[in-house]
Write a protein that binds this ligand. Structure first.
Ligand SMILES: Nc1ncnc2c1ncn2[C@@H]1O[C@H](COP(=O)(O)OP(=O)(O)OP(=O)(O)O)[C@@H](O)[C@H]1O
Ligand SMILES: [Mg+2]
Length: 442
């Protein structure tokens, strides 16, 4: 077939396409073809053949070819073999070595004669085809067209794989985050369930003990009341002094017993998950502290001094029985921490200004002014490594049978129920620094 091809000289349009020529939207969509040949005539023949269907680039030597291939990323390269400086084989090798150009299909076009060695060698270097000069233009056009189609469909597939892979990575990352979050949530849920189960068993156990104690106390108080009645019947003249002392003792037993009954009732109602709408009885805080002091005195050894420091007269809005329970627990702990060397327990009431801290039990940030009720001792101090555990139910460092580990748990529950928080200052380093439990209420 004889096609008439106009020749281009070096200043024609075609030359500009490699760099300066502004490309329109149509050209942008065309497949890009790089023609590499040291002969102008060959470039022009091929350029005219493809000029309507391709965006054409050309190079007259191997070095230019490498640079243009990198910059323009053609869809196909028609590469001459015999060229000055570097051969088409060398250009092919280098294109295949560079990850930016290794995917560009190369067709060798050459006039090299032989019995197929150069063709085989070219294909071994990675070329997809080999066309002999002189060539049939129709055949060249068809071959280039077919290879371009293959390349384009490969690109589309590659692109869709790429986006699939990217989407897969995004989905995988999302799934991993979700899994991590749900594991964290599950862990938290697990701990919460464990905590609830623990509280539940404490509740059941306490309710059982409280119920039995209630029966025993009713019996003791009943007999105590009988003693009082009997005493009143006894002739006053005969045993006057002893009788008065006896009656006073009976009344003290009754008072303590009534307090125990109230406490037991509290425990029972607390164990019923606080569903009992109790009326709380708020008494002046200093008064309750004085009552606790009297109650505690017999439980202390001679080496342990108990004192109060009232810097204010504020009343904490807390049920007086609850306050009794808190102070007793803290004071008994303070006593136990001073067992060996003795020391002083100080119960203080004051206004704490500009507090800025985190509750040691619930970790909530607390700020501002509070009524501070504190129990300080000069005992052993609390090791920092156990401080985060001391409010947990059943946590105790006391020898078997001496502590249940429920004291501070109850303190924290009651304080928080009354909208309060707990801070602890504890020093281990110097003797007599001991521990201060600071309860903060609004
Ligand atoms: N003032 C204190 N000084 C040093 N350690 C303390 C003090 N108060 C509490 N602790 C530590 O905290 C732990 C828990 O106290 P908590 O009152 O909850 O239980 P317990 O005193 O061991 O037993 P109980 O149930 O009889 O009160 C104690 O075993 C002790 O190790
Ligand atoms: Mg205790």
């Amino acid at each position: 077939m004889n096609i008439k091809i106009p020749l281009f000289d070096e200043n024609q349009d075609l030359i500009l396409q490699n760099s300066e020529k502004e490309k329109d939207a149509h050209t942008e969509l065309l497949p890009r073809l790089l023609i590499v040949d040291d002969e102008w005539i060959s470039i022009n023949v091929l350029a005219n053949l493809f000029k309507y269907d391709y965006d054409i680039f050309f190079a007259k030597n191997g070095y230019d070819a490498l640079e243009i291939a990198q910059r323009s990323q053609p869809d196909l390269i028609l590469l001459d073999i015999v060229m000055p400086e570097i051969t088409g084989y060398e250009v092919c090798k280098q294109l295949k070595l560079d990850p930016c150009t290794s995917g560009i299909p190369i067709i060798f076009i050459s006039a090299v004669e032989g019995n197929g060695e150069s063709e085989v060698y070219g294909l071994e270097l990675g070329a997809i085809d080999y066309i002999h000069k002189p060539f049939n233009l129709d055949v060249v056009k068809k071959r280039v067209g077919n290879h371009i189609k293959i390349k384009r469909s490969y690109d589309v597939e590659k692109e869709s794989w790429k986006s699939c892979t990217e989407q897969f990575i995004i989905d995988k990352e999302k799934a991993e985050i979700q899994l991590e979050n749900s594991t964290k949530q599950n862990d938290l849920l697990y701990l919460q369930v464990k905590h609830m189960q623990k509280l539940d068993s404490i509740g059941q156990m306490t309710a059982g003990i409280a119920h039995d104690f209630n029966n025993i106390l009713s019996c003791m108080l009943g007999y105590n009341e009988l003693n009082l009645l009997i005493s009143e019947d006894i002739d006053t003249d005969i045993v006057s002094e002893s009788k008065i002392e006896f009656e006073q003792n009976v009344k003290k037993i009754d008072e303590a017993g009534q307090r125990a009954v109230a406490l037991i009732r509290k425990m029972m109602s607390y164990c019923r998950q606080h569903d009992v709408n109790e009326n709380i009885e708020v008494k002046p805080t200093t008064e309750v502290i004085d009552e606790v002091l009297i109650m505690l005195q017999p439980a202390l050894t001679k080496k342990i001094k108990l004192q109060v420091a009232f810097e204010c007269n504020e009343i904490i809005q807390i049920d007086s029985m609850d306050l009794h329970q808190i102070l007793t627990n803290l004071a008994v702990n303070a006593r136990d921490a001073m067992k060996e060397y003795g020391g002083t327990i100080t119960i203080s009431l004051k206004i704490a200004k500009d507090v800025k801290a985190f509750c040691i039990s619930c970790a909530e940030a607390i700020e501002g002014e509070f009524i501070e009720l504190s129990v300080a001792d000069s005992g052993t101090g609390i090791p920092p490594e156990i401080i985060s555990q001391i409010f947990a139910p059943f946590f105790t460092t006391k020898v078997n049978g001496e502590g249940t580990g429920l004291g501070l748990f109850a303190v924290s529950e009651i304080v928080h129920r009354s909208k309060g928080h707990v801070l602890i200052d504890s020093k281990l380093d110097e003797l007599n620094h001991g521990t201060i439990f600071r309860l903060l209420f609004r």
